[in-house]
Write a protein that binds this ligand. Structure first.
Ligand code: CTP
Ligand code: MG
Length: 692
């Protein structure tokens, strides 16, 4: 049974985990600021500036980042027409550590954001990116992935416009004074290495720490930076139906009255002192929008139950009441950055402030201050040197690996080509069979019209003939009628007047012609219809011949659905081959680049032995050995493994092959995996570094 403190209710292990907080709670804290000499603050400043100088991202990594962004832009241009890809976060503001992620925002209104993210995740997996994860239920849903070559982590969000504005705000603050960037990086480094910079694990996000650090620079005496959101002329912006005040001064430096001349060491000591001795969050909210602490009451952000101490005592309660350590977002002022905190996380934060102050007040240095507590939470894997593994190799070996990869690529390409042409054939066959089926339908349709039309022709013919068997052309009758009519109605020469008999005959002839005219007209109509039907019948027979002619007898080859299925299967087979092809091409490109560079610089070791070796085995072994050793040591350290890592591990003897020497070899790493249990997170939470 562990001993429980009667005052705080903390168990013995909790007291051991948070000794400084516990002493403070029971009123036994001995923390106070010793006299810190000017030389020690200068020493601290020097160490911080040296650390900051190492945070510059190398040219090759910058190029790599730009290359990835360019590649993504090209892919998104095709997939999401009219979209825009923008970089934000620390890689834009310059307030990032060397291994920070790249935050990208895709502005696109054509489809729902979650659907777009799903498509992006699929696309990235097809492109062979590692650890593609879709975090759909966060405040801002994202897809995260890792670029396999450089290990640069990348987050993509959709229509995250406010983040673009707040990045701009942070950048403007950073440009106000040369101490802002080193100060913020120092706080981020401390928070990251002390395990309290991970929203997914219940501590503050990197962004929240940036705001906390800035707030300290606004409230120092005199301030290092002004409140640049001040001003009478306000700029309002509606985003997703909500109006935000995104006012920002264009001449921020003119807002400062007095000049603060403290060095970074002093600023950092003041920072920890104020949090350790005057914990602000009992009564206040940190607000860079206001440039000072504002009261919880004015913000209506009363701390809600369960409070931190009650929540950590209750071991089943992982939830923490709202507004535990409130930090207001500068634009989304209803957003409290402490909403992600969990009880243990909040306790860790308090303990770390006390520890930092204790170390500094006792003359401890930067290294002690930022000692790594949970190595697994620190992303040290970003390969800032794209050619690290190649540097140790003889250039002849690199060339041989290159040749090996090139021949692997050409085999793969011909395999893809074979499948491609098989697939094309299958598609052609399916099309032909489908066309045949359609032609058959057309043939039946035409044939079905022939019989009824034939009957109709017979019927019309009969009718026509019955109306007037002696068919006399209408125009002749009309001529005759007009002649008779003329004779009947012309002026009469009295000397030659026709006899009555003659006149009667003429009249009777006229009436007969009239009747003949009517019959003949009917006959003409029926004859017209008869001719039309005959024409139609002829056309139909002609079409029928054509259809029969074009529909070759390929139905014996089977159903078109079978060929569709074959084409689909071949496509599925080719997908991983394409991924592999892209991987090979990338690696070939890297080796070629290295050989070019090292050729120019004479960088790679030259192979003077000129030995004839069993080619294939030697290259592969060399490459694989480096890989296997790296994967095994990562597995031994409890680090994360991708599927291809597992594959490497299994094909080299599985987990049991991780020898004692290997684990012993890296004592620190072994400690890492043991220490894991004491980390501030609980349960099986996602291992993603960033959260909300
Ligand atoms: N962001 C935000 N609200 C949050 C978290 C993040 O608006 N609750 C935005 C901010 O613009 C922030 C960006 O998302 O700059 C990226 O967040 P994150 O990666 O946590 O911070 P970075 O400043 O990029 O830090 P890092 O160098 O660790 O990547
Ligand atoms: Mg970031």
């Amino acid at each position: 049974m562990s001993k429980i403190c009667e005052i705080t209710g903390l168990t013995q292990s909790q007291q051991d985990k948070w000794p400084l907080s516990h002493s403070l709670m029971i009123g036994e804290s001995k923390l106070k600021m010793e006299n810190i000499s000017a030389s020690s603050t200068e020493e601290l400043s020097k160490d911080i500036l040296e650390f900051v100088s190492k945070q510059e991202v190398s040219k090759s990594v910058t190029e790599r980042k730009e290359g990835i962004i360019k590649h993504l832009k090209r892919r998104f241009d095709i997939k999401f027409r009219g979209s825009k890809l923008t970089t934000f976060g620390s890689s834009k503001s310059g307030l990032g550590l060397r291994n920070g992620d790249v935050d990208l925002c895709l502005e696109f209104s054509g489809e729902k954001p979650k659907k777009v993210l799903n498509k992006i995740a699929r696309m990235l997996r097809d492109d062979g990116m590692e650890d593609v994860t879709l975090i759909a239920h966060a405040k801002v849903p994202i897809v995260k992935f890792v670029d396999q070559r450089s290990k640069i982590p990348i987050d993509i969000s959709i229509n995250n416009s406010l983040a673009i504005y707040n990045t701009n705000l942070l950048k403007t603050y950073s440009d106000c004074d040369s101490r802002v960037r080193p100060f913020i990086l120092a706080i981020k480094q401390w928070a990251l290495h002390r395990g309290i910079c991970n929203a997914a694990y219940g501590t503050f996000s990197s962004y929240a720490w940036t705001l906390i650090a800035l707030h300290s620079l606004q409230t120092s005496n005199p301030p290092v930076v002004p409140n640049i959101q001040d001003g009478s002329k306000r700029t309002l912006k509606v985003i997703d139906g909500t109006e935000y005040d995104i006012t920002m001064s264009d001449k921020p430096t003119e807002l400062l009255m007095d000049k603060n001349s403290q060095n970074i060491g002093e600023l950092l000591i003041n920072f920890f002192e104020s949090f350790a001795l005057n914990w602000p969050w009992d009564e206040k909210v940190l607000s860079i929008r206001s440039g000072k602490n504002i009261t919880r009451n004015s913000k209506k952000w009363k701390q809600q139950k369960p409070f931190i101490i009650d929540a950590v005592i209750d071991e089943h309660n992982v939830r923490l009441g709202k507004h535990s350590l409130p930090v207001e977002d500068p634009f989304d002022t209803m957003h409290d950055l402490s909403r992600v905190l969990r009880p243990d996380g909040a306790m860790e934060i308090r303990e770390e402030f006390l520890r930092a102050f204790k170390i500094l007040s006792e003359g401890g240095d930067w290294r002690k201050l930022t000692e790594t507590k949970f190595p697994e939470l620190v992303n040290d894997t970003a390969n800032t040197d794209l050619f690290e593994d190649l540097r140790k190799m003889e250039s002849q070996d690199v060339k041989e690996i290159l040749e090996d990869l090139q021949s692997e690529l050409s085999v793969l390409e011909s395999e893809i080509e074979v499948r491609n042409s098989e697939r094309k054939n299958a598609i052609d066959m399916s099309k032909a069979l489908r066309k045949n089926a359609e032609l058959q339908k057309a043939e039946n349709k035409i044939a079905n019209t022939l019989k009824p039309r034939r009957e109709k022709i017979e019927q019309v013919k009969k009718q026509r003939d019955s109306v007037n068997n002696n068919y006399i052309p209408v125009h002749w009758i009309e001529n005759e009628m007009s002649k008779v009519f003329q004779r009947l109605t012309e002026d009469v020469d009295l000397m030659r007047a026709p006899s009555l008999q003659k006149e009667k005959e003429l009249f009777s002839w006229f009436f007969e012609l009239q009747s003949m005219h009517e019959h003949s007209k009917k006959t003409r109509e029926l004859h017209g219809e008869f001719k039309k039907l005959l024409r139609e019948q002829k056309t139909a027979l002609f079409e029928l011949d054509n259809v029969k002619e074009s529909g070759k007898d390929i139905s014996v080859l089977g159903d078109y659905a079978n060929f569709d299925d074959l084409a689909h299967r071949l496509l599925l087979e080719m997908n991983p081959m394409h991924t592999e092809k892209r991987k090979l091409k990338r690696e070939i490109g890297r080796l070629e680049a290295w050989l070019r560079i090292s050729g120019r610089k004479g960088g790679a070791k030259k192979n003077h032995h000129n030995k004839k070796r069993s080619k294939k085995n030697n290259y592969s072994k060399k490459r694989d050995n480096i890989n296997v050793a790296e994967v095994k040591s990562r597995a031994a350290a409890g680090g994360s493994l991708s599927l291809s890592d597992l594959d490497t591990l299994l094909s080299s003897g599985g987990l049991s092959s991780i020898t004692k020497e290997q684990t012993k070899e890296d004592g620190n790493r072994k400690k890492k995996s043991r220490k894991k249990n004491f980390s501030p997170h609980r349960g099986n939470r996602g291992r993603s570094k960033k959260g909300m």
